[in-house]
Design a protein around this ligand. Structure first.
Ligand SMILES: [Zn+2]
Length: 478
């Protein structure tokens, strides 16, 4: 434990020293607010809720992004979904946490993978999500921000909300969750940060023979005290942490369980390149949703080879992962080839995987030019020298709050959506797209253009300050 704590302390110290001097967060100009939709923060692999680490925050580390944004007038929530669960399960949990009620993983899904259909019950952070304000006609929507695997999770939720699931609808079941019915266009925007849209090329066992995912989750669980309340939230698999059970024992019990080694309904499948390919095959960008992607990179070409190696400011815990990704290739029949274009990385995810889904995907990715486009991925560029955890404030004393404030400003600059008002009465449907008045749609499109005009200065400021917007093909060729 002493060795572990020393390593973590060293990570913080090194990251602090180098990040302070090597990085300078984006500071853009004021953006006017056109919607006041709540912002929801969705963690990635190994993530945890606000009350699990005795004050240490997944979103902010020693800082507190949620409370900072709230102090600036934004409505912000943090959710806590299964840290090692599949994107499907996490999306179902996210849904229940947003609207309230018991998690329903779907009868068809539960039967297919052999776990319980129902999970925990939540009060609901935004119970009026999708409802129409009778005074203004405005449809209540939400902005979802996902870090790492959280980006895949929010994409999955958006897909299910919009189109539901045909397998669940055709499966005989009582009280099917409304999530699987579709037609719920409740999400205004999706922002992904350091997300492995095309998976990560991390091999299974790389760190002294320990599978990387197990090693990483173990690291995340040690970020607070040994008495932390870290919870893997695997109730659906019957693996709830026992009272008084040590975190290490709990993790051991989970990773030694038979389902962990065989099931594809887990993060360790979803995060592979093949798992991402499968997800990209059915999770599509929805035409009315604004998608933004941010990438992180903390490697450079080695002086002695063509491989990519970590920069000094990378969290030392991530070094073995970065070195592995930075030199890994494969050309195996039946598997997606991995070449040197995958080498630049942030310690867990290749840069090339982060701008949006490409493998087995029909989504379009464009470089953000200050004018947000719906239905496509607006690639915001690379936060260079930032490793996978720096960008959420973990392993660094860089204050991430101002950077997230700029994201919040951009999201709330998007036009609000309104329902059709027929004969002086407001409809009470939940589907914003069904209710969208064509005139309103035109107005909102114009508003978006206007907003982008206002934003052009800030976009330029961003570009001048720190961030470059590399062409996607450039990344592939590097
Ligand atoms: Zn499941």
């Amino acid at each position: 434990m002493l060795k572990k704590n020393s390593t973590i302390a060293l990570c913080f110290l090194l990251s602090f020293v180098f990040n302070i001097f090597l990085t300078n967060p984006v500071l853009a100009q004021e953006i006017s607010s056109n919607n006041k939709y709540p912002i929801v923060l969705v963690h990635g692999l190994g993530g945890f809720g606000r009350d699990e680490m005795l004050g240490f925050k997944y979103w902010g580390g020693l800082y507190d992004i949620q409370e900072y944004l709230k102090a600036q007038g934004y409505e912000v929530y943090t959710v806590a979904v299964g840290p090692v669960s599949s994107n499907w399960d996490r999306a179902c949990e996210l849904y229940a946490q947003l609207v309230g009620g018991r998690v329903d993983y779907g009868a068809a899904h539960a039967a297919k993978y052999g776990h319980a259909r129902y999970g925990r019950t939540y009060e609901g952070l935004i119970p009026d999500l999708g409802k129409v304000d009778p005074q203004t006609g405005e449809v209540k929507k939400v902005h979802l921000i996902g870090h790492s695997m959280g980006g895949q999770t929010v994409r999955t939720l958006v897909q299910l909300l919009a189109e539901g699931d045909a397998e669940e609808r055709s499966f005989p079941q009582d009280n099917m969750s409304p999530l699987f019915a579709g037609g719920n266009n409740w999400v205004k925007s999706v922002t992904t940060i350091s997300t492995p849209h095309d998976g990560t090329s991390l091999d299974n066992a790389i760190n002294n023979g320990l599978p990387w995912l197990q090693s990483f989750v173990g690291f995340m669980s040690t970020l607070s005290t040994p008495n932390s309340l870290y919870d893997l939230k695997l109730d659906q698999w019957g693996l709830t942490r026992c009272q008084g059970e040590k975190v290490a024992d709990y993790l051991k019990r989970v990773f030694n369980s038979s389902f962990w080694k065989t099931s594809r309904d887990l993060s360790n499948w979803d995060l592979t390149v093949e798992g991402a390919r499968e997800l990209n095959g059915w999770v599509k960008a929805q035409p009315d949703v604004y998608y933004f992607s941010w990438a992180t990179n903390a490697t450079r070409k080695s002086l002695f080879s063509n491989y990519q190696v970590p920069i000094l400011s990378m969290n030392p815990f991530l070094y073995p992962f970065a070195l592995h990704i930075g030199s890994y290739t494969r050309n195996i029949p039946g598997q997606i080839p991995i070449d040197s274009s995958w080498w630049p990385n942030d310690g867990l995810v290749s840069l090339i995987s982060q701008n949006g889904p490409k493998i087995n995907s029909t989504d379009t990715i464009i470089n953000f030019n200050g004018n947000p486009q719906p239905g496509v991925w607006n690639y915001m560029g690379v936060m260079d020298t930032f490793d996978h955890m720096d960008i959420i404030g973990i392993g660094t004393l860089w204050n991430p709050c101002p950077w997230y404030l700029e994201i919040a400003k951009l999201l709330t600059s998007l036009p609000a959506d309104y329902a059709v008002v027929a004969d002086g009465e407001t409809e009470n449907s939940c589907s914003a797209s069904d209710l969208m008045n064509p005139d309103e749609a035109e107005i909102t499109a114009t508003e978006a253009a206007d907003v982008s005009g206002e934003n052009s200065t800030s976009a330029e400021t961003i570009e001048e300050n720190t961030i470059s917007y590399p062409d996607i093909t450039d990344i592939a060729e590097e």
